[in-house]
Design a protein around this ligand. Structure first.
Ligand code: NAP
Length: 332
């Protein structure tokens, strides 16, 4: 495979609206030790990309300014010490940035094979949400078979992944979403219950659905005034896992509820975690989840595919909030 010196990419000069996402020419990056260079076929779009475009996302030191946290494509070259991957391998990868481009480097441990039979545009949308949801629901939230989980943003990229993980783990999953159509979509994807939070009080509905017991786990991307309501939804020994705060980072915490129900509050941010941490999740996902895609029990939930040149429209679609599942850029 001949690797050119330059490539087409999206690399905004500064923060702004979707219109800053213009095609530019950049040098093709070289894979360092332990990294692979991927010829990108497709890149997933995630809410953190929108926040980064707006200048509201703290970039980890050394991360590429080119946006894009996940890719699928073909290995074009490998750096020193890479044993598992060879040029020509089809991989999808979690990256710390750089995905909106024709070539992108990725730590070898953060690559997974493209599940057999899956299109690159579907595989590109798997890593960011699967790494995040597994890490927060299983490792931090200690989810177990037979438990019940409440997930806000049930049709988001994160939400549809949480529904699928709940199915694999044997959990009951209740989601919230902002319209009847999105609730119907979540039920179609396997949610056991869907609450339209714009016309129903989600805490009252959770109490009704669980017979007053509450849920074992809340996966929360809303924060702010949702916190007290989420805590009201939790059963004894319940866990509250924060992954975002779309209604604000500050909240009222009722310590009596925490003590009386013995609650655990935790949360995490995937992007700044070290490569070894992410590589361990990749290994777990390859064993526990990738076979579910290959057997057909799980399928990628791709909302819409845009050309790289139309990245601005992809961001507009995400900001409009009508999508169900993953928005993806076709690159190669
Ligand atoms: N901590 C981490 O490591 C990590 C990693 C990846 C993503 N995230 C975060 O996870 C969230 C989802 O990411 P994504 O890429 O899946 O984004 P996405 O598809 O755009 O989903 C965002 C969801 O948030 C819901 N929402 C927005 N404002 C809301 C509000 N005020 N009240 C209730 N729900 C609201 C929307 O649902 P409705 O329109 O139905 O309300 C939408 O489904 C983002 O906030 C992102 O920053 C965190």
């Amino acid at each position: 495979m001949t690797i050119p010196a330059t490539m087409t990419a999206i690399d905004p000069a500064g923060p702004g609206g979707p219109e800053v996402l213009q095609l530019v020419t950049r040098p093709v990056p070289a894979p360092g030790p332990g990294e692979v260079l991927v010829k990108v076929a497709a890149a997933g779009v995630n809410r953190p990309d929108v926040l980064q475009r707006l200048g509201l996302y703290p970039m980890p030191p050394g991360a590429p300014t080119i946006p894009g946290l996940e890719i699928a494509g073909t290995v074009a070259a490998v750096g020193d010490g890479v044993e598992r991957w060879r040029p020509g391998d089809a991989v999808c990868a979690l990256v710390a940035g750089g995905g909106y481009a024709e070539y992108c480097t990725a730590p070898a441990g953060q690559c997974l094979p493209v599940p057999a039979g899956m299109a690159m545009t579907d595989a590109a949308g798997l890593p960011e949400t699967w790494f995040t949801v597994w890490s927060n629901v299983v490792d931090r939230g200690h989810a177990r078979a037979g438990e019940t989980m409440l997930v806000h943003g049930g049709t988001s990229g994160i939400g549809v992944t949480a529904i699928q993980l709940a199915q694999v783990l044997g959990m009951t999953v209740i989601v919230t979403a902002g319209s009847a159509a999105k609730c119907a979509a979540a039920l179609g994807l396997g949610a056991d219950h869907a609450i339209d939070y714009r016309c129903e009080d989600f805490a009252a509905r959770v109490a009704e659905i669980t017979g007053g017991r509450g849920v074992d786990l809340v996966l929360d991307m809303v924060g702010g005034d949702y916190l007290p309501r989420n805590l009201a939804c939790l059963a004894d020994d319940g866990r509250h896992v924060s992954i975002a705060f779309q209604r604000g980072p500050r909240a009222d915490l009722d310590l009596v509820a925490v003590m009386r129900k013995r609650l655990t509050l935790t949360g995490s941010m995937l992007r700044p975690r070290p490569v070894a941490f992410k590589a361990a999740i990749a290994e777990t996902l390859e064993g526990a989840i990738w076979p579910e895609f290959e057997s057909g029990r799980l399928r990628a939930v791709t909302d819409k595919v845009f050309a790289l040149a139309d990245a601005a429209d992809a961001h507009r679609r995400m900001e409009a909030g009508d999508h169900v599942g993953k928005i993806v850029l076709a690159v190669g």
